[in-house]
Every structure is written in structure tokens, then in C-alpha cells.
Design a protein around this ligand. Sequence first.
Ligand SMILES: O=C(O)CCC(=O)C(=O)O
Ligand SMILES: [Fe+2]
Length: 543
Amino acid sequence: MFAKQCTSNKDVDCDALILGDDKLNRVNIPGSNLYTINIRKHDQKYSNNSPLIIMHQKQLFREHKILLLRKYAEVYMEQYEKASQDVQAYVENPINAYLLVKRLTTDWKEVRNLITTNTGEEFMADFDEHKGDLKFPSEEDLNGAAVALTRLQDTYELDTAALAKGEINGVKYATELTAADCFELGRQSYSNADHYHTQLWMMEADERLKREVNQSVERSEILEYLAFSTFKLGDVGLALDLTNKLLELIPTHERAIGNKVYYEDEIAKSNSVQRKGEDETVAILQNKTEARLAYEALCRGETTPSDKILAKLKCRYLDNGNPFLKIAPFKVEEAYAKPDILIFHDVMADDEIATIKALAQPRFQRATVQNFLTGALETAQYRISKSAWLKEIEHKHVADVVQRVEDMTGLTMETAEELQVVNYGIGGHYEPHYDFARREEPNAFHSLGTGNRIATVLFYMSDVAQGGATVFPYLDIALWPKKGAAAFWYNLHSSGEGDKMTRHAACPVLAGSKWVSNKWIHEAGQQFRRPCGLKRPPAEHTA
Ligand SMILES: O=C(O)CCC(=O)C(=O)O
Ligand SMILES: [Fe+2]
């Protein structure tokens, strides 16, 4: 008999079909729109409790379930086929990356629910047993994918509607998002208390929903999030309008009734409807500082140093007296002068890059940062990448590259850190920071006994399709990754004081994947070497 009553619109194996007039039973199908079935409660032929209608409904449920699973299978198969044409290219675009994680978290949960209701437990147990090492993404991964997408959207000023269409900067890369996909982005932003993006994505979900024949999400759910985030962003008037719309759909919605009273009171108190209009800039809504805005503009390639500064920069062959360099001099480009930021071209060969990637990949761990107060190493939102460390003895190619750093810089590698290999995926980044340890930082590099990080060599081991520049916000320069090139700069003044102008960042990767490796060179042993690798001693700054 029918015992279970539907409690939500996602509930499939329940009695909604005979309990509500014209009630729709809805299930979210990834990638396609929603599949809905609709049966009238008072079907002319059957009385409400006749065994016939019950059998009929049960039959319908089964068919419905099969249809839904078939639809899911089609969507997964279609995505699988698309992805397997070029796996790397598929995941190297942020929309696909987000969709893939969503399909394997939120949507997969629904598939499991569908399969397990009534009959499928055994099948799922079998599946779990045979999936072996296959790891499904977690809720945390879904949140990470959503945050990455909204970070990209912000930094690169990507239009929400275009992104939902699968477009990045005018290039169509990916499948379109459904209203439910947009809704999930809004929901993830909401769980991070990011009301700005909640509002953007819920608005987009609402827009998309209007155009969906088979609706992938309930409008009431969108309106509830949208109204609350709109209120949090300070627009009480609009929050009230949205709540009223929600109440038109569900007049008994308890939270909406409570919020309506609250919003009306707020408006009465302030004696006017506070609509924050066009004049309220996006930056204010997001609490962005001037420095943050400048950093993002630099990542977009919108700023450069003045012509006066640029005019002084040269490209040259480096000859520091090293006989080896007479035969094969380094090609050096000055990216900035005082402090000197140099780019060495063609200093890592393709086979070296391949070896270094292959050695690092199996050891990759999420990159850590040092806690400013405690000195402990921990993961942080402001540095998202995977990294591993390589020793010279591991492979001739590693040893050759390290020797090359010595030739390029004239500095000893005796006290340098191991070669750090880093891979940034979509949305991976490292926000503005210094490579040197500040005086206030306890224990920084203390255990190494080699002093502070005097200089950095950063090898680019890949090109990056979009985004991913290394930027220096105080110098207004952006270094665009070029496979085989390396950047070099001193982090310390010759006095040993940190050079504040060397603050730099890795901008988020927008499309593609970014590989770099760093050699951090330390103070100890450089007494007679600095600055023998470069003609000019590094400039002094007091900033
Ligand atoms: O990847 C980049 O562009 C910069 C990396 C960086 O600054 C670092 O690892 O310290
Ligand atoms: Fe750095």
C-alpha cells in the first residue's frame, strides 16, 4: 500500500501523485532539463483508494524511475564521450570542471537515491565494491569547484549569463548550465556566506528557469535564497518584493511569512524603501579594497608600467664571465629595473620539463603556507595548487636544471631549497605575498640554518591558455607563462632587508593548467657571489 507521502519535490518513490491535485513529481536530471510526470488525482476512471489506481501508480513509479535512470545514463554517457575525446582539454576549462564535480556529487546522490529505493541496494553495494580506487569528489570538492568558478568570474570580470552559456571571454568552451547548475553555484556561495555571488547565480538560475521547458529546480527555492542574500546585501525593498513573489507561489511558506514581517518592519523603521541602485558599485558590494582591484586589473593584463620605465628595459645576452656562457649565452629580457626582474628565455628543455613533471606528479600534495603567528605549515584558500619537492640526486635532468640556476644567477646552490614543482588547475592561484620571511615571522626557515630567501628563480613549465600570470602589484608588471622560460629576482636588499617591492602573486588560471617550478636561493654562502651573476647590483628600496 502507499505509505510514504512525498516530502519534497525530489522525492520519487512516494505518493505525491495521488495526494495533490495536478501535483508534479519532479526530479533533477543533470545536463538535460527536468523530467516531469503529471497525473490528476481525481482521474475519472478510478476512485482514490481503489487497488487499481494503486497498481497503476506503482507501475508508473517504476516506469518513471527507469526513464529517469535512462536519462541520467544518457547524460553521463554524453559527457563521458565528450570528455574522452580529450580528457585534458575537457577538464581544463572551468565550466566543465565545475559541472563534472557537480555531476559526481549532488547529481550522483540523486542517481543513488533512485537506484536504492526499493530494489537497488544490492546493485549499489556491488558497485561500491567494484569501483576500486575510483574516488568520487566530496561535498568539499563541490564547494571548491564553485568557489574557483566564482573567483574566476570576479578576477576576470566574466559575465554571469555568458558563463552560464558555457562561454569565457567570447569563446564557447563548454556545455550550458541548467537553472539547477546555476542554483547549485548560488547555494554553494550562500554556504560560504558570499551573498554577492549567491545573488548573481540565483538571478541567473531564475532567468534560465523561465526558458526551461522541463524545469530543473523549483522557483520557490531560488526566490528564498535570492531574497535573503538581497537583504544581506542591503536591498530590503527588493528582498521584500522577492519574498512576496515566493508567497504567491507558496502562501504558507513559514520562513517567508516571518521574513516578510521583518522586512516590512525594517522598511518602516528606515521610513523608505532602501533600494541600492546602479550607483552602488560591485566593488562596494564585494568589499574590495583598492589594492585588490588593482591586483585583479593586473591579472587581466589591463595595467603596465609607465612608458618611461618601459623605455629603459632591454633584451640582452648574459655574459658574466662564465666560459660556458660564451658558447651558449642566456637570452635575458628585463621585465623591470630596480628592483630587477629578469626573464631568462629557453632555459628548460622539453625533455627536462617532461621528467620533472613525471617525477613530481605522483607525489603531489596540496601546497601549504606558513602560519604567520605559529609558524606551522597549513593549507589556505589564498594558495591553491599542488606541489612536490625534487632533489638533484633523483635525476640528471633535475641536477642539470639546478646547475643552470647557478649559471644564470651566479649564486651558490649549496644552501638553496630543493626544486619545488607546482601545478595550478582551474582557479588555482597564489595571492600577493613575499617569498622572503619577515622579521615578525617566527621560525621561518630557521631549521634550515641558511638564512632568508635571498632570491627566487621561477621556471615556467607550461604555457597557460588563459590567465595564470605572475604579477607584481607594486611594479604593475605581469609575466605571462611561457614554457621553458624562467623569472629571476632578488627578494632581499644587499643589507639583508626584505625588498617590499617584490610582492607578487600567481593569478588564477582561467583556462588550461599551469606548471611552474621554483628554486629558492638562500643567503648563506652568497657573501662573495652576490651580485656576480648580474652586471648591476640590485637596487636599494626603502618602500
Ligand atoms: O606561480 C607563480 O606564478 C608564482 C608562484 C609563487 O609566487 C610562489 O610559489 O611563491
Ligand atoms: Fe612567490
